[in-house]
Design a protein around this ligand. Structure first.
Ligand code: NDP
Length: 508
């Protein structure tokens, strides 16, 4: 009874806390803790740094500045837990993870508020996308492990081979700030479901929901050491995970240059590596597309999460015959988008994640002008009033008149900025679309089925959406070609990554 009562009070506090943080965001009210060996711990050196909310530009919590000693503690806890967790029946692992998913669903509002406060994204988005998807990630892998099976290869000369897929051991998961809990759970869920134990580091820019998640894991009864969350800077805590001799696999999502750095450390140590990196995705619009559906979706694919989704279509390529029609309709819609307080239900565009990132985006807008681009919508920082005056807001921006080869069209801006260009033929559209170092995703708008298939085959990207965007089935392979990454996540691809295949051959 007493335990139930404590849990009830705890659940209430979990719900209330983010509202308090929003209200009193000028005051630092909480220290985030590492989650190691089932406990919430201070960093060993006792050092913290401020967690700034992009909504106000003010600090609202303190983040552990963890170092290699904290990573070592996390590793030891994970190593200790591995034998027991990897031998725990999949049905039991599944039940614990389903409980974690249930608790995410129960705490949807509190987690969504915390995510928006930390990241600046509209509350409507974190409530409808980020947190529900984090729940789905856990539930999906909790149940997919129950359907996971091995192959057998029977030989004509009386022998049989079977594949024994064994968990790897202690693995490292490093995730970025744009979809914080969503991408964090996308990595740790398949790792844990497959029987590994994990040392994870969320982005230091948005650690808050991972901290709340560690409380959920405690409440759900996840055994100590199965998941360990170390907060801190990438080049310190993150680096210690990547260079740890006994962490056998690294699953990383983030920028391409960070991915290259991580690969340079991990590859000589023969770690398994999954790298989900940047993108500069084309959105190809043919004249025969369903115009209204295309326009509504293109608004989302350009500016959702302030353009800070690796899958956003930042290069819009439009068939010449409808270029002017598209341009005027698009500009009209985008100029009406409200940039505002992410906590208001009607806000479509919130803050970008940090002051440094805002300045980077603004510098790209300046670069676009120098390269000869014409800003036809937005192009400025937006300063809001009152409490939000110090927040990091940028108007959704459309640029035209730039060649594909220029830096604005080649480098990932990762903000509410798109370029529009026209093309004459299908071949020209494909050449323009493929003309980048990246190969993450592409979108094609056409009502011609043959053209859709031809384009999909010709596009050098890991993902192609036809007449839609961001429609995701968690069973499908997810990842990019070229500098957008190495390997695939999602479904059984992720379970394959987090296991070692051993062939057993028996002569009969
Ligand atoms: P970063 O590469 O800066 O960081 C990603 C993560 O790596 C963070 O947790 C970061 O920590 C950590 N990190 C940084 N340096 C190191 C290091 N030396 N060793 C180990 N870890 C390190 O990316 P962002 O967080 O800026 O995220 C945006 C990028 O992520 C964009 O390029 C975007 O395209 C890409 N992305 C790709 C996706 C995909 O699926 N392909 C999906 C989403 C985003 P810290 O933040 O503390 O420095």
């Amino acid at each position: 009874m007493q335990n139930k009562c404590i849990l009830f009070i705890y659940a209430k506090l979990f719900y209330i806390l983010p509202s308090l943080l929003i209200k009193f965001s000028a005051t630092i009210v909480e220290k985030i803790a590492n989650y190691i060996d089932g406990q919430l711990l201070e960093p060993t050196a006792g050092l913290y740094f401020e967690n700034i909310s992009p909504i106000t530009g003010k600090a609202f919590s303190l983040i552990p500045d963890s170092d290699e000693k904290d990573v070592e503690l996390a590793y030891k806890a994970a190593e200790k837990a591995f034998h027991s967790w990897s031998n725990t029946p999949a049905t039991t692992r599944s039940k614990i993870m389903v409980k974690i998913a249930d608790l995410i669903a129960e705490n949807l509002n509190a987690l969504a508020k915390a995510e928006s406060l930390d990241n600046g994204k509209p509350l409507a988005l974190s409530t409808s996308v980020d947190i529900p998807r984090a729940e789905s990630n856990i539930r999906f892998f909790a149940t997919s492990i129950l359907h996971w099976s091995s192959e057998a290869h029977i030989m004509e000369n009386n022998a049989i081979n079977y594949t024994n897929r064994k968990p790897i051991g202690v693995v490292g998961c490093i995730s970025p700030w744009n979809l914080p809990l969503y991408l964090f759970t996308w990595k740790i869920a398949p790792a844990m479901a497959a029987g590994n134990t994990v040392v994870a580091k969320p982005s230091e820019i948005t650690p808050y929901t991972a901290f709340l998640f560690s409380k959920i894991c405690i409440e759900a009864g996840l055994p100590a050491g199965v998941l360990n969350i170390v907060h801190g800077f990438g080049n310190k805590a993150g680096n210690a995970i990547v260079s740890h001799k006994k962490i056998k696999a690294i699953s990383f999502t983030g920028g391409t240059s960070t991915g290259a750095h991580i690969a340079s450390i991990a590859a000589p140590m023969f770690k398994k590596l999954s790298l989900e990196l940047g993108g500069k995705n084309p959105n190809i619009i043919f004249a025969d597309a369903d115009f209204d559906k295309m326009l509504a979706t293109t608004l989302r694919s350009s500016f959702s999460n302030q353009g800070q989704i690796c899958l956003c279509g930042s290069r819009i390529l439009v068939e010449e015959s409808i270029y002017e029609k598209f341009k005027s309709a698009f500009v009209e819609k985008v100029s009406k988008m409200t940039v505002g307080d992410p906590m208001y239900p009607d806000t479509k565009t919130g803050a970008v994640v940090s002051e440094a990132h805002m300045n980077k985006i603004l510098s790209y807008i300046e670069l676009a002008k120098k390269e000869g681009g014409k800003i036809i919508c937005g192009g400025e920082r937006k300063v809001l009033s009152g409490e939000l005056e110090g927040g990091f807001y940028i108007q959704p921006t459309i640029i035209e008149g730039l060649p594909q080869a220029c830096r604005t069209n080649q480098e990932e801006i990762f903000g509410p900025v798109v370029t529009i260009s026209s093309f004459k033929t299908e071949e020209e559209a494909i050449t323009m679309a493929n003309d980048t170092q990246y190969g993450l995703a592409a979108t094609v708008w056409t009502s011609n089925l043959s053209k859709a298939h031809r384009c999909a085959a010709a596009l050098d990207t890991g993902i192609v959406w036809i007449n839609t965007w961001l429609l995701r089935d968690l069973r499908t392979p997810f990842g990019g070609t070229k500098n957008s990454g190495v390997g695939r996540e999602g479904g059984f691809e992720a379970l394959r990554f987090f296991t070692e295949a051993q062939n057993v051959c028996i002569e009969l």
